[in-house]
Design a protein around this ligand. Structure first.
Ligand SMILES: Cc1cc2nc3c(=O)[nH]c(=O)nc-3n(C[C@H](O)[C@H](O)[C@H](O)COP(=O)(O)OP(=O)(O)OC[C@H]3O[C@@H](n4cnc5c(N)ncnc54)[C@H](O)[C@@H]3O)c2cc1C
Length: 383
């Protein structure tokens, strides 16, 4: 076998997390290999909701985005099991996107910044200790550090800590034709157990889906058919499914010379299912940790730098995880859905305009616990 191609950093996966890591490191002058098993543009099953938080991280990490990647939507309708709970404005507007074009656009910015393109190449071997990969075509890549941004079924993460499928969520989606009239986002808080249903209008289409914790939704397809029927959709549309992390993440986001970002690190909000913003933020943080460690000629310190930088994100996801038992617990969900003050907070969370920390999550949790302690004890896992 020929000698490995040498880089400062290998980034595995060129979704939002990998593109953010690659653009950050390449703009700082590092030699970056950006590897993805898929050729781009490739689709990614996703509602494509881009919260205010995500938009903030996107602008901060990538700068100006190519025109047309984001589609603003100014209103949201909450429902509970089909019942209309009212139309509310999204202030500032929420955005939606089609992931094929969005991911290709972000990856394009990373390549423009100088990252070397290894898309459409399957990884045959991954060395989690030495941070090297061998591609199926036989090319070997070596670097002092690797960022695993290869999604929910990350090979890098599996090698390091495995993942309990019962703690993942599963979601089903269809792409439907656009609806006439003004664009309105819709969330149905009762469309799945420990999850929800969504109808997100996009430029040229409407993405409809339901999702929730996999272990609590053995009949998710029935929920999906009901939800589709509620939207007047014919049965013949192709329904696709995909896992997503939903509140389960390792305390240490990597091991040795491997740092995990985005879904590979389990960084998805366990209530709203938002992952794009955290993917971009964590990808950039991982790259900054790599830059700092390499500048000090101490690659072994990268994971410590990254773990420290990611601590506020982990704290936020832990707060959300604690609240989730209350938000999605069946006896409470209906009451919560009808409370206008809680509705407003939910929408602000979904829009990324509020964090769980400034939501007063701890006091809300205390209050809800007091109201519902006997019911809670029958509700299953505490995480
Ligand atoms: C149905 C559904 C709806 C969702 N809706 C929303 C939403 O509305 N808003 C939101 O913010 N989030 C949503 N999410 C979550 C969001 O899609 C993810 O959090 C986000 O895509 C994570 O980005 P990532 O870069 O970490 O991973 P991904 O986007 O999954 O990218 C991973 C990349 O790694 C590549 N890869 C995988 N394995 C390998 C390998 N072995 N070697 C090389 N490359 C590899 C893949 O080809 C892919 O390009 C949703 C998820 C699902 C499943």
């Amino acid at each position: 076998m020929s000698a490995p191609l040498r880089f400062d950093l290998i980034v595995l996966g060129a979704g939002p997390a990998g593109a953010a890591a690659a653009v950050t490191a390449a703009r700082a002058g590092l030699a970056v290999a950006l590897v993805d098993k898929a050729a781009f543009p490739r689709d990614k099953l996703c509602g494509g909701g881009v919260s205010g938080r995500a938009q903030h991280h996107l602008r901060r990490v990538f700068g100006d985005l190519p025109d047309g990647l984001l589609h603003p939507v100014a209103h949201i309708r909450l429902r509970h099991q089909g019942e209309d709970l009212g139309l509310q404005p999204c202030v500032p507007p929420f955005a939606t996107t089609m992931r094929a074009g969005f991911d290709a656009g972000l990856r394009g910015l990373a390549l423009q910044a100088g990252a070397q393109d290894f898309a459409g190449r399957r990884v045959a071997q991954l060395d989690p200790v030495g941070a090297g990969v061998t591609l199926a075509c036989g090319t070997a890549l070596a670097a002092p550090l690797l960022i695993g941004a290869d999604g929910v079924h990350s090979a890098a993460a599996r090698r390091l800590w495995g993942r309990d499928p019962a703690r993942l969520a599963f979601a089903l989606e269809v792409e439907a034709p656009p609806r006439p009239g003004p664009d309105v986002l819709e969330i149905d808080l009762g469309a799945a157990a420990w999850g929800y249903g969504w109808a997100f209008p996009k430029a040229g289409g409407l993405t409809i889906g339901v999702g929730g914790i996999a272990a609590r939704n053995p009949r998710l397809m029935d929920h999906m058919r009901r939800y589709m029927a509620g939207h007047g959709l014919p049965g013949g549309l192709r329904i696709k499914g995909h896992h997503l992390p939903f509140g389960d993440f390792p305390a240490e986001p990597g091991q040795g010379r491997v740092l995990l970002a985005g879904d590979a690190a389990g960084l998805v909000d366990p209530i709203t299912g938002e992952g794009i913003g955290w993917a971009v933020h964590s990808g950039a943080l991982a790259a900054q940790a790599v830059m700092r460690a390499l500048a000090a000629d101490s690659p072994g310190a990268a994971l410590r730098h990254y773990t420290n930088a990611l601590a506020p994100v982990h704290a936020e996801l832990r707060r959300a995880r604690a609240l989730r038992r209350l938000v999605y617990a069946a006896p409470l969900a209906r009451a919560i859905a009808r409370n206008p003050a809680i509705q407003r907070r939910y929408i602000q969370l979904l829009q990324g305009e509020r964090d769980y920390a400034d939501l007063g999550a701890a006091s809300l949790l205390r209050l809800l616990r007091r109201l519902a302690l006997p019911a809670l004890d029958r509700l299953g896992p505490r995480r």
